[in-house]
Ligand binder design. Structure first.
Ligand code: SF4
Ligand code: SF4
Length: 425
């Protein structure tokens, strides 16, 4: 690594050193409490996956370049040179961590591994060593935000084709659009993922509840956050905020995408709308009697996997359980306290990297598989696209023999009421 690149990277590192980050960088006592907390370590036994070990990869650079002791007596300060080998270590640490923050729950000082790994990810971007595909996907999202007019017509044509499938789940009144798009003055803006599975069941439930809603032109996923680029994360977020403000909605509902929800919830700032996860909205409809569901449809034992970015990291864990209590008499917990639920091993961009990470994802999530098996469930429900993909991969790999379902689809399939019948032809 040449000195110019090193200087640029150190500038990036410095930009991340806030007061909170300094606390995380300075505080670890190496007590070892977090050792078994990481699913990757618990599943494989490899020391490099212990949270505190990952921290040290970043901390040693901090000691070398930002602490007096490290600058003058590197061996005493356990400081480490920022060079090509360090970049490789940063990659290994950052892209084997899902950012699930289970270790943070165990750490007596609440040291946030996801935050420390955000330094690693930023340095990787600076060194052009991040996974290229994540940057490409983030760039595509940013471009889409700048040129809505170019893709608007194609998007609307695609949405039109889905309407019949929505009506099959819940009949709409004559003249009423089954998937309203770009409706100014709607109460709720739904931000989906690309793909019919994220739109059709959600639309049916909104229509059944009599919601005044509209679909977003943009997909929820934030690849800027996966790759750890704060600028792109904000640009991708801002296009949805601008749309919500333009349409004057009162609520932005994020589909089953954990990272998209956490980013919107925590980074949107003060806005004239509230931010909800789709599970919160569905639980509200059920509580208020705006929708009714058939409790006999799912008679098999059902369990729920808490997506880390929705439950542990954004506090939504009661609502999915309330929904499941309405959907089945056969719900089984995997853990007494959702904060300690194992991560599925698919977050942090790992699922988005596909085959490249498949072997690691399967090996590092053995503890999750054991947890699901111990529940005796035949239906494994969840509320995040990444988790759904990873759990489906685990189901195939370990031959778990469960059905993996999106919770929102279960709600849509179980809807009962006058709109359930097919419209008269
Ligand atoms: S955030 Fe999750 S994946 Fe990362 S070290 Fe902690 S427990 Fe492991
Ligand atoms: S639990 Fe916290 S203080 Fe203890 S080793 Fe882990 S990160 Fe360090």
């Amino acid at each position: 690594m040449d000195s110019k690149t090193q200087a640029e990277l150190l500038k990036l590192f410095r930009s991340k050193i806030t007061r909170t980050m300094s606390y995380y960088l300075e505080t670890c006592t190496r007590c070892g409490t977090c050792t078994d907390a990481c699913h990757a370590y618990a599943s494989t036994g490899h020391t490099k996956y212990i949270a505190a070990y990952r921290h040290e990869i970043v901390r040693r650079l901090y000691k070398k370049y930002f602490k007096a002791r490290g600058k003058f007596w590197p061996s005493v300060g356990e400081a480490k040179e920022l060079n090509d080998m360090a970049i490789e270590e940063l990659y290994e640490a950052a892209y084997s961590c899902t950012g699930c923050r289970r270790c943070m729950v165990y750490c007596p000082f609440g040291i946030d591994t996801q935050m420390l790994m955000s330094i690693a990810k930023l340095l990787l971007i600076g060194a052009n060593a991040e996974p290229e595909i994540l940057t490409l996907l983030a760039d595509t999202s940013v471009e889409k935000g700048k040129s809505l007019e170019f893709f608007k017509d194609n998007f609307l044509a695609g949405i039109k084709q889905l309407e019949e499938d929505v009506v099959e789940k819940w009949r709409t009144e004559a003249g009423q659009s089954a998937i309203p798009v770009d409706v100014e003055g709607a109460d709720l803006l739904y931000v989906a993922l690309a793909g019919a599975h994220s739109i059709i069941p959600a639309a049916a439930v909104f229509n059944a509840a009599g919601e005044k809603w509209t679909l977003s032109f943009f997909e929820a996923v934030n690849f800027g956050a996966f790759v750890g680029d704060p600028t792109k994360t904000k640009l991708i977020l801002d296009r949805i905020i601008a749309e919500a403000r333009r349409l004057k909605v009162k609520e932005v509902c994020i589909c089953e995408c954990g990272t998209a929800f956490r980013i919107m919830k925590q980074l949107a700032g003060e806005q004239p709308f509230k931010v909800s996860a789709i599970t919160e909205v569905h639980a509200r409809y059920l509580r208020e009697g705006r929708i009714k569901v058939d409790k006999t449809l799912f008679s098999e034992p059902v369990t729920y996997h808490d997506p880390c970015q929705i439950a542990r990291n954004a506090g939504v864990s009661d609502e999915p359980r309330y929904i499941l209590q309405q959907l089945t008499n056969n719900f089984r917990e995997m853990t007494d306290d959702p904060r300690y639920n194992w991560c599925c091993g698919g977050g942090g961009g790992l699922v988005a990297l596909g085959e490249e990470t498949l072997d690691f994802r399967m090996k590092s999530a053995k503890v999750k598989v054991d947890q699901v098996k111990a529940s005796g469930a035949e239906i494994l429900s969840t509320a995040c696209e990444n988790c759904h993909t990873q759990l489906s991969n685990l189901n195939d790999h370990y031959k778990m023999g469960v059905q993996v379902h999106f919770l929102s689809s279960m709600v849509a399939d179980a809807l009962i009421g006058a709109g359930k019948e097919r419209p008269a032809s």
